[in-house]
Ligand binder design. Structure first.
Ligand SMILES: *Cc1c(COP(=O)(O)O)cnc(C)c1O
Length: 382
């Protein structure tokens, strides 16, 4: 991978094998025709589903995490007055979707209390659940803050309360452990920690019925949903959704990119998820220790947080917009690629933009040292 790449949370670097799979599929489409070059995605679906303890048939591919969330929530049958829980750390585009559902369908967003790090307060969640929720959506790791939410505990409380949990794993799949949570649905994306190609997102819906399975308790709620996109067939003069996750999948798409994601997921499995998670947690802690305080920049999450999403707030007194832009540009001039996170990414939680440093497992630590020198305003050779 390019040595200065520190933006896995924005868009990671696909491996040679992933690129070969994408290009190979495009070539086959040219040779035998697009519809002749059938991509075998079965193994990829199983491997992806296994990361959250689900089955291949629970996976639906879409074009992005945003498209997957829109297909899921847009199709959910939420009666006027339905209470949809979220936290202030919710992703900008999901919040926009919730606002639209509130305006058009009378859905009522309910904010779940969090602590000073925007981590879900489990006691407060218990109370909100006791007060009645129809659905809870939580980003496992947000885009603007490297805090890992206590997803297992959240999942357990939601199951006990019979409330479907939609866990946004766009920043967590491939990054931290996503097993044992028991969410009703997971929303993910290819290009971040799984290092797949751009242009693919997915939904994993373990609770829904399959051809050989009844829906579980949460799945029955979701099964009543009429999807806004994806697989329908025409029966008796009516559009009728396909069974299970297939109803959400878009039929016309870049099959080359989906094939590439499949290879990326298999590579992730072959490298060993537990070892990758440990490496990423260690890189994140190393990065925060090096960068927190450099030139007055401060980490936006606890230094020991076990994630490789490292956010940095500009020094006090600086114009944050200009400081973040300028730091990003100075890093780029030194061939370091870091992310900048605008307020719109998490409008309820961010008062000002932040810089985001997110090393992939293969990142070289020297680039973190170089970035620390840049933020401190020291010459690179020092
Ligand atoms: C990136 C991201 C999304 C959206 O995924 P896209 O593929 O960019 O649409 C949703 N939630 C979080 C936390 C993200 O980081």
């Amino acid at each position: 991978m390019p040595p200065g790449h520190l933006d896995a949370a924005g868009c990671n670097v696909p491996s040679d094998r992933v690129l070969d799979a994408v290009v190979g599929h495009l070539r086959r489409e040219r040779e035998v025709g697009g519809y002749g070059a059938v991509a075998d995605l079965g193994t990829a679906r199983s491997a992806l589903a296994a990361l959250v303890g689900a089955h291949a048939r629970d996976v639906a591919f879409l074009e992005s995490g945003t498209a997957a969330m829109a297909a899921l929530l847009g199709g959910w049958r939420l009666a006027p007055g339905s209470r949809v829980g979220h936290t202030r750390a919710e992703y900008g585009s999901t919040l926009m979707l919730l606002r639209r559902l509130a305006a058009e369908r009378g859905v009522r967003p309910v904010e779940v209390p969090v602590d000073g790090d925007s981590r879900v307060d489990l006691d407060a969640l218990r109370e909100v659940l006791a007060g009645g929720l129809d659905l809870l959506t939580v980003p496992h790791i947000a885009s603007h803050r490297g805090v890992v939410q206590p997803a297992r505990e959240i999942g357990r409380l939601c199951r006990e309360a019979g409330v479907p949990l939609v866990l946004d794993v766009c920043q967590s799949l491939g990054h931290v452990d996503t097993g044992g949570i028991g969410a009703a649905a997971y929303v993910g994306t290819s290009r971040k920690w799984l290092a797949g190609p751009r242009g693919v997102g997915f939904l994993i819906t373990p609770g829904l019925a399959g051809p050989d399975r009844e829906p579980d308790r949460l799945g029955r709620v979701m099964d009543a949903a009429a999807p806004s996109l994806g697989g329908h067939f025409w029966v008796g003069g009516q559009p009728s959704p396909l069974t299970g996750a297939a109803r959400y999948e878009s039929a016309e798409a870049s099959m080359a990119a989906r094939s590439g994601l499949g290879v990326a997921v298999l590579e992730h499995r072959a490298l060993g998820p537990a070892a990758l998670h440990a490496r990423l947690a260690e890189l994140g802690v190393t990065a925060r220790r090096l960068l927190d305080g450099a030139g007055g920049w401060r980490a936006g999450e606890p230094l020991g947080e076990p994630s490789a999403v490292v956010t940095l707030r500009p020094p006090p007194g600086a114009d944050p917009v200009a400081a973040v832009e300028e730091a990003g540009a100075r890093a780029a001039a030194a061939s370091l690629l870091v992310g900048t996170v605008p307020v719109a990414r998490a409008p309820l939680d961010l008062a000002a933009p932040v810089l985001r440093v997110s090393p992939a497992p293969g990142a070289c630590e020297e680039s973190l040292h170089a970035l620390a020198r840049i933020l401190a305003g020291r010459p690179l050779s020092a």
